[in-house]
Design a protein around this ligand. Structure first.
Ligand code: GUN
Length: 292
């Protein structure tokens, strides 16, 4: 079998085109331009690229953005002051704190300080709690990107066994939560595997849909995949100037029925979902401001 390629780049491009129109409509009817504020601390090269890509994507969609580039030696209280300022700035609708943060800063404290109505990453416990209960405000960008990829490529999720490799707060846990819920492109039986899972190959081979999000280059090999399974690769690993996913693409393509490439799979979807969340945040704040 040669797997069908799930083209995240093309799917994300069409979503962004549609979103551009929605942003223009919102702007025409409210005179408000949605705005994303991103905070980048330190000099991490990958984070610099991600933030620049987010900035450019905002501009193309008609969303305003501002990037706060801060020294890697900033104190936690300085960073919390900045978040507080952005929380109360009525022209800012979405706030994104790019991770990772330097060691002297407690990531949880900073992420918890972002007001839930501007939490476009869906990292705040209130928003994660809502997600867990099946009444989400924002959907987390990468997990939502995975779900939309499955939907747009007509993969049936209902009743299938989804195995997630990785239990991170950003991808593994929330994607599992989303796909197990009642609803469209959901209703799956979900198993979340991690570094302590026993009989890992047995687990992954029982997956109808395998989602790899462990950050280990080419970890998933041919024998770990059931023939005909759909494989979603969330990994982005830089190895000797090459980008590799968590899946050994060539060998797994010969056994899977559909697969996402790296780059050009999940990555572009994450940004498209961030833009959608920023527009939604602007709409939400418009509603709240009218009520109060
Ligand atoms: N670092 C790596 N991925 C992400 C993400 O989705 N959001 C943020 N804020 N930081 C990240």
């Amino acid at each position: 079998m040669t797997a069908r390629l799930i083209d995240g780049k093309a799917i994300a491009a069409s979503i962004r085109e549609r979103l551009k129109n929605s942003v223009a409509e919102f702007q025409n009817s409210t005179n408000v331009t949605p705005k994303l504020a991103a905070i980048l601390v330190g000099e991490d090269p990958a984070s610099q690229v991600y933030v620049r890509n987010k900035e450019q994507a905002c501009a193309k969609a008609g969303i305003a953005s501002e990037v706060h580039r801060l020294s890697g030696t900033i104190t936690q209280s300085e960073l919390l002051d900045l978040v507080a300022r952005l929380n109360s700035d009525k022209t800012v609708h979405g706030i994104l704190v790019q991770l990772p943060l330097p060691k002297q800063i407690n990531e949880t404290t900073v992420l918890d300080s972002v007001t839930p109505l501007k939490d476009v990453d869906c990292f705040h416990p209130e928003n994660v709690g809502r997600l867990a209960q099946g009444r989400p405000r924002f959907l987390p960008c990468t997990p939502h990107g995975v779900q939309v990829l499955l939907r747009e490529s007509n993969v049936n999720v209902d009743g299938t066994h989804v195995v997630v490799l990785g239990r991170s707060e950003i991808v593994g846990k929330p994607v599992g939560l989303m796909l197990v819920q009642k609803g469209e492109t959901a209703n799956a039986t979900v198993t979340i595997c991690h570094s302590r899972t026993r009989n890992l190959t047995e687990m992954t081979r029982s997956a109808d849909i395998l989602i790899a999000a462990i950050g280990k280059p080419e970890f998933v090999t041919r024998e770990m995949v059931k023939p005909g399974a759909v494989v979603i690769d969330v990994g982005i690993n830089r190895v000797e100037d090459k980008l590799l996913g968590d899946v050994a693409f060539d060998e797994v393509s010969s056994v899977a029925s559909a697969i996402t490439p790296v780059p050009g799979g999940v990555g572009p979807m994450t940004i498209a979902m961030l833009l959608e969340n920023t527009l939604m945040a602007a709409k939400l704040q418009g509603t709240v401001n009218k009520i109060t």
